[in-house]
Design a binder for this molecule. Sequence first.
Ligand code: ADP
Length: 295
Amino acid sequence: IGENILYATRNIDFISCAERAVSEKTQLKLDLQIGSKIIENLFTYAGEENGFSAALIITMSDVTESRNAVKIRREFFSNASHELKTPITSIKGSAELLCSDLPISDVQRNELLTRIGLESERMNMLINDIIMISRMESGELSGARENVDIAAIIYESVNELKPLAEQENLCIKLDISPAIVLADPKDIRGLISNLLVNAVKYNRQNGAVDVSLTPLNGQALLKVRNDGEPISPEHQRRVFERFYRVDSGRSKAVGGTGLGLAIVKHVVDTLGGTVSLESSAEKGTLFTVRLPLSN
Ligand code: ADP
């Protein structure tokens, strides 16, 4: 206050914006990236004052978080629409062929109908995952938290997965003790089913899935391990990102949306827990989740 602006900063953009606000007697906004932060600067011309030729009010706000949130949301919409476009294109193409005057054999007709069924199922999965993620991001998670026994949900999930596991001749081994957490049962179901479905989907034929659950030092310690192709170190950090897939072709072929682990991470974060990942060719892939036990 009361000094020439050059005493405060040497940033050329900042100074020239200040000068323009004064010379044009107006209000201007300038975003500056300073280190890892985004600072929004608002220059408001405030007339002549106290013997100075011009007075200027400058407000500086750290808008890093809100700008990043906007960017993430924009990317999310763009990814989601892109992901939905593929099944829709396929359904549309198949339906058009079925309705056309082109001669179609019974075999072809069945193939087209099967494709429509599969692609609709894929869209359904995607939309359910997208709804779950948006619900979490809008902070609507845990509308109704209650005591949930993770063990019971693991049993339910394993039962649902049995047919898929049998197809691949997988052996699911359980070593489970009750562990009660305070959570929305839907979220625990989302967490468990995504980890277990992945352990089955990304396994190899005749492989094993090991699931253990123990209450330990005030935490529920959950481990889900599977055989199969490991996740290489450069991908390990990123698999929890939304829509991130190690091998997009394979993930799509086994029915993935790229949202499973993002849901897992979200649930764990909201409940104040942690999730970590180890993966190697010898030991397979191991996800370790820790959640605070209910008092
Ligand atoms: P997707 O719907 O593609 O399975 P996820 O977010 O659940 O998406 O997983 C992201 C990627 O991480 C997958 O595409 C897969 O390559 C890898 N991945 C996830 N879980 C496992 C696992 N248990 N074993 C090996 N790879 C896995």
